[in-house]
Design a protein around this ligand. Structure first.
Ligand code: DAH
Length: 344
């Protein structure tokens, strides 16, 4: 075979390979082209290589050198095209994924505070402006703070096991107090005693927190609910002060058109005592109780009832929040249904 013919064949092959690479549509087609030209068994390069044996001995070095050059050219051509196509693909993908700042963002779902927590914050704020500071008391209480010191006698029905969550195991570890034993507090009035035991008058506090009663749940009762307790002790405090504070509170939490009504009642720790109803864009709702702190309570904590008087009140937070938002069943607060909670 003449050398010129062999060299022409090689050039032909190189050109054909490059053209085939260029027109390969994707990575699979490109690989097929590679096998067609460089395949070890039946590749076209292999076929051309056979001609090498028929070259004159004198021309062999030149033919062999050119063959190797073309082989490398076809191999490198493959690698180069493969890389270039991969890069193109990447650019196309990046083009698609490129951030468009004009498209409105997707905001992640954000949680928020529970409506009762929001109410507590709001009430704290209102009462803070009226000069009341916040105190806290324990939810696991002893009989002294939940009953005795509040002038609730031993035989009083408020102590009935059916009306209280007494703690069986905690009872063993109690320290010797009058009426040993522990319970989940049934009212925040316990905090009145804890504060007065530790401070001298004047006192002007509120306490907000959970209380527990084994009530059958219904639209206005749940076994765990929240109360706000208020206590103001000073010289010359009267029922008129109680009414003023509750009125300021009521008109701040609701609106000016809220109606507040006192009904004569009885609580062992106040004398006289009233029940407080509020009405705002609806019927009357019983919110809690209040009264002038009973002299017995004042004496128990070491205050002189001839010098100091005061008022106290305790209101249900769920009921207030429900009234303001038109919720007719306070059990909704504790179902954790996000469709309900999202509205606040
Ligand atoms: N502790 C009472 C209850 O839970 C409410 C109450 C009534 C609180 C009169 C008071 C008060 O501070 O003076 O039913």
């Amino acid at each position: 075979m003449p050398l010129s013919e062999f060299l022409a064949e090689l050039d032909e092959l190189a050109k054909a390979a490059m053209a085939a690479y260029e027109s390969a549509a994707d990575a699979d087609a490109l690989e097929a082209v590679r096998i067609q030209f460089l395949g070890a068994k039946s590749g076209r390069l292999k076929a051309v290589q056979k001609g090498l044996g028929k070259i004159d001995k004198a021309d062999k070095p030149v033919a062999g050198k050119r063959f190797n050059e073309v082989k490398r050219q076809i191999e490198e051509g493959f690698a180069r095209i493969k890389f270039a196509k991969a890069e193109d693909n990447l650019h196309i993908q990046q083009e698609v994924a490129r951030h468009d700042p004009t498209i409105p963002g997707i905001s992640p779902p954000l949680g928020h505070l529970h409506p009762i927590t929001q109410t507590i914050t709001e009430i704290t704020d209102i009462m803070g402006r009226l000069g009341f500071t916040v105190t806290e008391g324990p939810e696991v209480e002893d009989h002294w703070h939940n009953f005795d010191a509040l002038n609730i006698p031993a035989e009083h029905p408020a102590r009935d096991p059916l009306d209280n969550f007494y703690l069986a195991t905690a009872q063993k570890t109690t320290t010797a107090k009058p009426q040993a034993g522990w319970l989940l507090r049934s009212q925040t009035s316990t905090v009145q005693i804890r504060v007065m035991e530790q401070t001298s008058p004047p006192v002007r506090i509120i306490s907000l927190g959970r209380v527990y009663r084994p009530d059958t749940p219904d639209a206005t009762h749940v076994p765990m609910f929240h109360q706000i307790e208020g206590l103001l002790i000073d010289r010359h405090v009267t029922m008129a002060d109680l009414k003023s504070v509750l009125r300021l509170f009521g008109t701040s939490y609701f609106e000016d058109d809220v109606h507040i009504r006192f009904r004569p009642s009885f609580f062992p720790f106040t004398e006289p005592s009233v029940e407080i109803d509020m009405s705002w864009h609806g019927g009357w709702v019983e919110m809690g109780g209040a009264g002038m702190v009973d002299p017995n309570v004042l004496r128990t904590v070491g205050y002189d009832p001839d010098q100091f008087t005061g008022f106290a009140f305790g209101l249900g937070i769920e009921r207030m929040c429900a009234q303001r938002h038109g919720i007719t069943d306070i059990r909704e607060f504790y179902k954790n249904d996000v469709r309900f909670l999202h509205q606040f």
